[in-house]
Design a protein around this ligand. Sequence first.
Ligand code: SAJ
Length: 426
Amino acid sequence: MNTINRVAVIGLGYIGLPTAAILATNGVEVVGVDVNQRTVDAVNAGQVPFVEPDLGVHVAGAVSQGHLSASTSTPQAEAYIVAVPTPFKEDRSADLSYIEAAARGIAPQLQGGELLILESTSPPGATEHMANYILDLRPDLSVDGADSKPAILVAHCPERVLPGRVMIELVTNDRIVGGMTPEAAEKAKHLYAVFCQGEILTTDAVTAEMAKLVENSYRDVNIAFANELSVISDKLGIDVWELIRLANHHPRVNILQPGPGVGGHCIAVDPWFIVAAAPEESRLIRTAREVNDAKPEWVFQQVVSALEALPSTAEVSVLGLAFKANIDDLRESPAIEIAAHLSDVLSDRRINVAEPHVDALPQQLAGRSNVELVSIEDSVKRSDVVVVLVDHDDVKALPAELFAGKTIIDTRGALNLEAPQAALTV
Ligand code: SAJ
């Protein structure tokens, strides 16, 4: 199979930019395309507009070698990788408008024979939708050579990398490649083999779409189980962390960790695409989403109850805003939802927020008179009730003495307090 020498990656976000960079550092000529001029300028200067370990080195290296450049317009290429957002709409069905916008940019550049890969997490049928959208704009082309029209090879190849480990997992994870035709799958496999050392498994496009959604739903359902256990344990006066630790000694049990809810842009979104595709049949998947979505409100109520027993001057420490440990990513974070709710309802209380990975409050919390961003130590020292929302290493390292006499609501089981004071771990 012919080597692909020139690739355009549409969307230079958390997935597109790492993919562009890893292809470029493996010798492929890559043009990254983004609607945001600031992102394009940053990449052309060899910089990365967000935090992801090792990505900066890859981008800087690829740009300085002349293998990676960025642009706001889509160039001609032998392969196109679309990695744009697919948020959900009001009714929780997927918003495919970013995919359609990418397709409008690609369509005029096509000559036939190009590989077109959708990487964005997508509801079943989205790859076919993208192909049909392009064929509407380019009726002279086909996906399978029908009517002697030149074919474009269309495939879905979902990303599965974990934020914080993207540059490692891009190389080591197995990949699923779903082609609209077997030729498209093979061609896409050939492209990913440039950098992927994992197994590359081929299937059809809709199975590949579902595989991605199912992986994240599997995790969501299992986190929901842990979150439900934490609520049950609280009612029964049981330490949920001890409970899970003990149960996990069973050789076939592996319960995940409860938390303040499920954040990020994937696990809390993707299951809804399955529910939207088969609403009657997706009972467990829907309930898991509801259990996880209800957790921030439950944590909020725990804080309110803890404050009831304290004088009106009592302050609250919120430890962590990120959606999970040791990252600066605040997207869809349950911690922000809880902090904002506390600030709204407890308007006369001071909320001392600590998030060591950011230097300013996010827009949802900025400008509120009762919320201040402070250091972790100051947050705890000033406060009577401490609510741990993220198990950052900096939080886990705090000495037990700091918490003496305080009410603690540890939603992550992060603190290791030798002598529990008025500890209330949830
Ligand atoms: N969480 C818990 N308890 C746990 C594990 C996670 O409450 O035991 C919470 C986290 O705190 C966080 C949320 O779940 O708020 C999601 O975190 P995560 O680490 O499970 O996953 P993400 O969103 O960072 O990345 C997931 C990954 N999917 C799976 O592990 C199946 C990743 O491989 C995907 O590529 C990514 O979604 C994606 O982009 O879809």
